[in-house]
Write a protein that binds this ligand. Structure first.
Ligand code: ZN
Ligand code: ZN
Length: 338
């Protein structure tokens, strides 16, 4: 069976971006152009507490995925406090025209003009947001009931950990790399956290995004575009096709490498990739399957791994010569027909 089918098209996506509608420096039109020029086919502009359809910018070979970013903080003003934990979620809309504001709370609306706010549909509790698992899970349920799928953003930046993520229900995918936070911390690559969640049986996918705000020049070391992306494996670029691929986990995360094929047949996992230094296959045990490029040899472009019956899950991670990783989601035994 194919986990990544080499025949299917892969579309490069940035699923986390900010525009001038919130605290980003580029307009939606500028963002579309810059990402298209770099070979991307999908962009989700996820402005803070600002649900907005950008489908007017979609065309034959570029899709704008409707979404927005929400946050829940533990102070009543909803203010940023540098030592305080908070949670950020990206909501992606099944219906491209869905601009429903979930759990409206006035202090959190920092960018949307009053006249726009007045025409936005609202859903769910409008009580003061509180940073507790109960409130956050209610928020996620409300989003799901109103046509959104909910992704979990930048755990490291949020000062959240394994226990926090374990307490959230209904998250379909988490950010493996959030590039903006990775640039500022060197730590927002969440491979270890993701593995520990899979080990605990948590069913969630992984993806990556730039979370670009574009406040710095292109030659600045913290220029935050084009560093972490998601490859969406889809039959086409229509909104419904792309949304359903993402919802089903037909995607993988990358900071550079491209995984061209991943298949499991008769106990052999076969991987094909762009030139790599290492391939790791995490499986829930202390011993990932792995292969390293030997000195004097060509980079690795394909490998086969014998898969034991005892594995808990399978997940491929490829590292290139710059240390950049591509990461598939975890596939559990029942999905692998084992
Ligand atoms: Zn955020
Ligand atoms: Zn963001």
């Amino acid at each position: 069976m194919y986990l990544i089918d080499p025949v299917k098209k892969q579309y490069k996506a940035n699923l986390h971006a900010h525009s001038t509608l919130s605290d980003g420096a580029r307009t939606p039109e500028e963002l579309k152009e810059m990402y298209r020029n770099r070979g991307y086919s999908i962009l989700s502009i996820t402005d803070h507490e600002y649900p907005k359809s950008h489908t007017d910018l979609s065309d034959e070979d570029f899709l704008m995925l409707t979404g927005y970013e929400v946050y829940i903080r533990s102070n009543p003003e909803g203010n940023y406090k540098v030592y305080q934990k908070e949670v950020h979620l990206n909501l992606f809309a099944r219906d491209p025209e869905n601009e429903t504001l979930i759990c409206y709370n006035r202090p959190y609306i920092k960018y949307m003009p009053d006249e726009v706010l007045a025409e936005r549909k609202r859903a769910g509790s409008e009580e003061q947001r509180i940073y507790t698992p109960e409130y956050i899970n209610m928020f996620i349920r409300t989003a799901a009931e109103n046509g959104y799928i909910v992704a979990y953003n930048h755990p490291y930046w949020s000062i959240e950990n394994y226990s926090d993520v374990m307490s959230y229900e209904g998250i379909f995918s988490m950010e493996m790399c959030n590039y903006s936070s990775y640039l500022s911390s060197g730590l927002e690559y969440n491979g270890a956290l993701y593995n520990s969640l899979l080990y605990a049986g948590k069913r969630l996918f992984c993806h990556s995004g730039d979370d670009n705000h574009n406040r710095r020049d292109e030659d600045d070391p913290e220029f935050d575009s084009f560093g972490a992306f998601t490859m969406v494996i889809s039959d086409g670029l229509e909104y419904g096709q792309v949304f359903s691929a993402i919802e089903k986990g037909d995607m993988y995360s990358s900071m550079g490498p491209v995984i061209k094929c991943m298949s499991l047949e008769n106990g052999i996992l076969h991987v094909e990739t762009s030139p790599a230094e290492h391939i790791y296959v995490y499986n829930g045990s202390k011993k990932p399957y792995r292969i390293h490029r030997k000195s004097g040899e060509e980079p690795i472009t394909s490998a086969d791994f014998e898969v034991k019956d005892s594995i808990m899950y399978l997940r491929v991670s490829v590292a290139d010569e710059n240390g950049n990783r591509a990461d598939t989601r975890g596939y559990f035994r029942d999905e692998l027909r084992m």
